[in-house]
Design a binder for this molecule. Structure first.
Ligand code: SRM
Ligand code: SF4
Length: 555
């Protein structure tokens, strides 16, 4: 535990924030700047928003001696990525009214809106509130949006397993009412006792906290990259409980050997709902009490787990829950992919998985996806689910409504759009990066589509287009597009330059390693051309690209 005088600046801001209020109200009324006060920038994260600026315009504005072009990004809380058609319509309207208009599906199954100017934050949150949507705790040092395996065809028990996403989200929900007070009704909360928070206290967690739920054998949710990973155990067609793993996280900092990506380690099995939730709660309290509060680079749960040792961490959790976890049950992940197109789940309802390149829902010259999804939502005959690979599932479609929805998908060319995208493109993820992400060192979502168009002919050339290779790109090593868990991972180092990582497995159970540093596009294509040639020639019959890279000791 960090000594008081050794605490990081953010720790002091949290405890002095009066239940996450800070001076946000004053910041909002300051008309001289489009920004908010520095301390408040840390506090608003807990309300689900980030201050950003348009990095494409920085230079031009600096030359004109203008302030940066500030705006805000708001991220919704949608456990498991579920949203009703009515809520989608509301989000669409709010996006048009107050943001850039692009609806961005994230790698943690939710929606982000960008480009919201300061004066529009309150109207945005208030409109979300009217639609029963909120952005509480989607950022900040707190439990974030809980992810869950999204494809209902994965198991007849999908709904039962899925319900844990909301249960966990509720369990770890903060008690402060600051969000409502600041953004919605302006009323001061009379009884501060209601806000006493035994879990987060006034210091919250040392760092962000993420929980995911996976359903073997498909690891499309990338469950092991989470601080806490629940792996559903199904025996005799019943949900027996979950294997619980701790300590996943993908970020590292270039040049800082103390930082590293890590996959979660399974610590045991819990059967009843009470035991499962209690264990999760206490994993969080141990991190709250033992996590590093002086160095934010080393504050994630993964470092606490490695500092204490997995066994010690587990013992501390068991001491607090008052029961021992059972030995982990066997499980196998043998794929990690979205099931595109139409599928029928065990409950008789249909689902269509739509390919959304890098999660960006908009109308462009190729396809009017945003208009199409609005029209589909207006039928009110479906719901929506977002996948961890930034795609959209049009869900819960009754047999009688399928034809109508499919006709809409066809008429807007969404079926063709999904079908004609290559396997490589459909297996890819890019994070947001430029121009909004302040941490980006290189492009990601604005560049990857173009790079893939140059990689596809290489795969064709070596007759490898039918290989299920997972490729991901991030604009920096924070890992938002989970590139450390890809078979081919690109991690931005500088404008136009990427480290090329190889050797991650296809199922998300082995991280990749650095193969070549600081490659520009021409070098990337030369490297891949030669790697694909060797792979084609020397691979074993069903060998995956990531496994091949390991067998051949390429990394
Ligand atoms: Fe992330 C910070 C975007 C998933 C690890 N992430 C950011 C910020 C907010 C930049 C910032 O701090 O100012 C990015 C905003 C960009 C923008 O303009 O929108 C950002 N992260 C994203 C999203 C939108 C990427 C996407 O294209 O979908 C994802 C939103 C998820 C959500 O809905 O909550 C997103 N971020 C992830 C993931 C992947 C995951 O969780 O599955 C990771 C790696 C897993 C992990 O947490 O280890 C990830 N983001 C980070 C980190 C590194 C954290 C660390 O341990 O050091 C940062 C930087 C930080 O926290 O200091 C970060
Ligand atoms: Fe920004 Fe880096 Fe995350 Fe990409 S990986 S969104 S560049 S913080």
């Amino acid at each position: 535990m960090a000594a008081k005088n050794n605490l990081s600046a953010i720790e002091k801001i949290k405890t002095a924030s009066d239940g996450l209020r800070g001076t946000i109200k004053e910041s909002l009324t300051d008309e001289i700047t489009g920004a908010i006060r520095e301390d408040d920038q840390a506090v608003i994260k807990f309300h689900g928003m980030y201050q950003q600026d348009d990095r494409d315009r920085r230079e031009e504005r600096a030359e004109k001696k203008l302030d940066r072009l500030y705006s805000f990004m708001i991220r919704l809380r949608l456990p498991g990525g579920f949203i009703s058609a009515k809520k989608w319509i509301a989000a669409n309207e709010i996006a048009n009214e107050n943001s850039t208009g692009v609806i961005k599906i994230t790698t943690r199954q939710t929606i982000q809106l960008h480009g919201i100017v300061k004066s529009k934050i309150k109207p945005t949150i208030s409109a979300f509130n009217k639609a029963n949507l909120d952005s509480i705790a989607t950022c900040g040092d707190i439990n974030r949006n809980v992810t869950c395996a999204s494809h209902p065809v994965q198991s007849p028990l999908h709904a039962e397993i899925f319900s844990y996403a909301s249960k966990i989200s509720d369990l770890l929900f903060p008690k402060t009412k600051a969000y409502y007070e600041i953004w919605i009704d302006d009323e001061k909360i009379a009884d501060k006792n209601e806000e006493i928070d035994p879990l987060y206290q006034d210091r919250y967690l040392p760092r962000k906290f993420k929980i995911g739920i996976g359903i073997p054998p498909n690891n499309e949710v990338d469950v092991l990259i989470n601080d806490v990973a629940l792996i559903a155990v199904i025996e005799d067609e019943k949900l027996k409980g979950f294997n619980i793993a701790i300590g996943g996280g993908l970020s590292a900092t270039h040049g800082n050997a103390e930082t590293y990506a890590r996959l979660a380690t399974v610590i045991g099995f819990a059967d009843t709902e009470e035991k499962i939730l209690k264990t999760i709660y206490e994993v969080v309290t141990v991190q709250r009490d033992f996590g590093n509060r002086s160095d934010r680079k080393l504050a994630r749960l993964k470092y606490t787990v490695d500092k204490l040792g997995v066994e010690k961490y587990k013992e501390e959790v068991e001491k607090r829950t008052g029961f021992k976890l059972e030995p982990a049950r066997p499980y196998t992940f043998d794929e990690r992919k979205d099931y595109y197109g139409w599928h029928k789940a065990a409950n008789g309802l249909w689902y269509y998985t739509l390919f959304v390149e890098n999660g960006r829902v908009l109308d462009d010259e190729q396809v009017a996806m945003k208009t199409a999804l609005l029209e589909i939502a207006k039928t009110d005959k479906c719901n929506f689910l977002f996948t961890s690979s930034q795609n959209i599932i049009i869900s819960d479609v009754a047999e009688a409504d399928k034809e109508n929805i499919n006709a809409l998908l066809e008429s807007f060319n969404l079926v063709e759009h999904t079908d004609k995208a290559s396997l490589l493109r459909k297996n890819s993820i890019a994070c947001v990066a430029l121009p909004t992400c302040p941490l980006a060192l290189a492009e990601a979502q604005r560049y990857l589509p173009e790079l893939i168009s140059k990689i596809e002919p290489l795969l064709d050339k070596h007759d490898l287009s039918n290989n299920d290779i997972i490729l991901r790109m991030t604009g920096c090593p924070n890992g938002c597009g989970r590139s450390a868990a890809a078979e081919i991972g690109f991690i931005g180092t500088a404008p136009g330059k990427y480290n090329l990582h190889l050797g991650g497995d296809n199922e998300g159970q082995r991280l990749n390693k650095i193969y070549k540093e600081n490659l520009e596009e021409a070098a990337i294509l030369t490297e891949l051309d030669s790697l694909f040639a060797t792979f084609k020639k020397e691979k074993n019959s069903k060998e995956r690209f990531g496994d091949f890279a390991i067998r051949k000791q390429l990394v």
